[in-house]
Design a protein around this ligand. Structure first.
Ligand SMILES: Cc1cc2nc3c(=O)[nH]c(=O)nc-3n(C[C@H](O)[C@H](O)[C@H](O)COP(=O)(O)OP(=O)(O)OC[C@H]3O[C@@H](n4cnc5c(N)ncnc54)[C@H](O)[C@@H]3O)c2cc1C
Length: 420
């Protein structure tokens, strides 16, 4: 039976990044994933699942040597972030305000996962088990035993480890196996993701407008490597025409039933609905693909149980309104690496329960703060009272126009969202 220092269950973005950061510490790691991501080719359409990668997440991806591959495939930088409900209260955040070149990049989830897997496949400290499913897990005082099943051949393999990292997503099987409960609620809403081709050239802005039924958002996408991405002003100054337009991911939050109705429409019918509801600044679009996801908030009641730690969506799922989900997961990854590296550096037993407890101390408060902030925003923007509506618009107006509030609140919030 093979014995590993760590077994990471789930080879999504968070699991793959965690395997790499632990392998960087010299630990022997197994990464278990049930399905292999589809390989990249430049002519592929963009995936529906995309993430707004913060500057802090970019640093982590650079640290594990995955970022340069992402930028050689495709990543769309954005410099500005516009938010509004009423036009007079339009507020814009700009990377210049926090002395950065951009606020982040919109990247397809599969591109991120593939770039991480490229590193996983070449790392001598990592054994990749794919396509494997976790069948059984038993916790003992000094080890955890796992039984994995090869999905293609149905053969079973037993392995053992000092530490299991559950990065197996929102419905984590590991979390259920070790009996860690969650606190959860359903937002009674879904988010529809719609990939579109835009008549307008490549844009450097992501925006979100709040409607009484939920926000609608625009995230710029690209099909070009980062080095070839030029923003609209540059495109226009080069005399590019509408045929050389850009791509974008639109997000439409609404009640579940309405999203179900919208999902049943043909692409052309949906296009008409989008043109009717989305602001004029969107311009002409062509719908390329669509899909819907229910919105649920979950927070694990504990991040650890006898040599099993939860990371990423297995520990917390957040309202995706501000695109922070995977960024929180990457912060978990960094925190765990820091805790274990420090324990090794100080001659401590790195897998001791007290050492692992430091990971939860570092992450729980921060995750909770971000989740609660998103909930406060979500509830205040969906509140129907005219007084609350006036108050939130006046607040946005003040954030944008009152110099003191502008430089303190606005720039601090921006730096926090970017993870710097
Ligand atoms: C509509 C929507 C929009 C979003 N937009 C953003 C955004 O803009 N920015 C952002 O940061 N976040 C966003 N998120 C959140 C983000 O997608 C998640 O936080 C992120 O995917 C979590 O990554 P993960 O690796 O923890 O989990 P997952 O991506 O769910 O990966 C889990 C992996 O585990 C594997 N797995 C599961 N069970 C097993 C098993 N038993 N054995 C082996 N393998 C297993 C799965 O196959 C999968 O590969 C959004 C979410 C939604 C719903």
């Amino acid at each position: 039976m093979k014995i590993f220092d760590c077994v990471v269950v789930g080879g999504g973005m968070v699991g793959a990044a965690s395997a790499l950061t632990l392998a960087q510490l010299g630990l022997r790691v197994a990464l278990v994933e049930q399905s292999e991501p589809e390989p990249y080719s430049p002519e592929q359409n963009s995936d529906l699942r995309v993430s707004a990668i913060s500057l802090a997440s970019q640093q982590l991806l650079e640290q594990v040597d995955a970022w340069s591959q992402v930028t050689q495939w495709r990543a769309c930088p954005y410099k500005r972030l516009g938010v509004w409900e009423q036009a007079y209260a339009y507020t814009e955040f700009n990377a210049d305000d926090i002395d950065q070149k951009q606020l982040g990049h919109i990247v397809e989830n599969r591109i991120l996962q593939l770039a991480l897997w490229q590193q996983v496949n070449t790392h001598t400290n990592i054994d990749l088990f794919c396509p494997y499913n976790l069948v059984n897990l038993s916790q003992e005082s000094s080890r955890v035993h796992l039984t994995l099943k090869n999905i293609t051949s149905s053969t079973e393999t037993d392995i053992a480890t000092r530490l299991v990292i559950a990065a197996d997503g929102a419905n984590s099987q590991v979390r259920k196996m070790v009996d860690i409960g969650i606190t959860a609620w359903d937002y009674q809403q879904s988010a529809m993701l719609i990939n579109v081709k835009t008549e307008k050239p490549q844009q450097d802005i992501t925006w979100q407008k709040f409607l009484p039924t939920g926000p609608i958002a625009f995230l710029p996408l690209t099909r070009s490597p980062l080095a070839k991405v030029t923003f609209s002003e540059e495109n226009l100054s080069k005399g590019n025409t509408a045929e050389q337009g850009g791509y974008a991911s639109l997000v439409w939050y609404h009640q579940r039933d309405e999203i179900k109705r919208l999902s049943a429409l043909s692409n052309q019918q949906l296009q008409q609905k989008i043109i009717a509801v989305f602001p004029k600044r969107l311009g002409k679009i062509e719908v390329l693909a669509k899909g819907a996801f229910p919105l649920t908030r979950r927070h694990a009641n504990s991040y650890q149980s006898q040599r099993v730690l939860l990371l990423g969506d297995a520990a917390h799922t957040i309202n995706p309104m501000a695109g922070q989900g995977v960024n929180l997961g990457f912060k978990d990854v960094k925190a765990l690496q820091t805790v274990i590296a420090s324990a090794i550096g100080h001659g401590e037993c790195w897998h001791d329960v007290d050492v692992l407890g430091r990971y939860e101390t570092m992450r729980r408060k921060d995750n909770l703060l971000m989740m609660s902030t998103m909930d406060t925003l979500y509830h205040s923007f969906s509140h129907p009272s005219p007084m609350v509506k006036t108050l939130r618009n006046v607040s946005l107006f003040a954030i944008n126009k009152v110099p003191f509030i502008n430089t303190t609140v606005k720039n601090k919030a921006l730096a926090y969202a970017c993870g710097i």
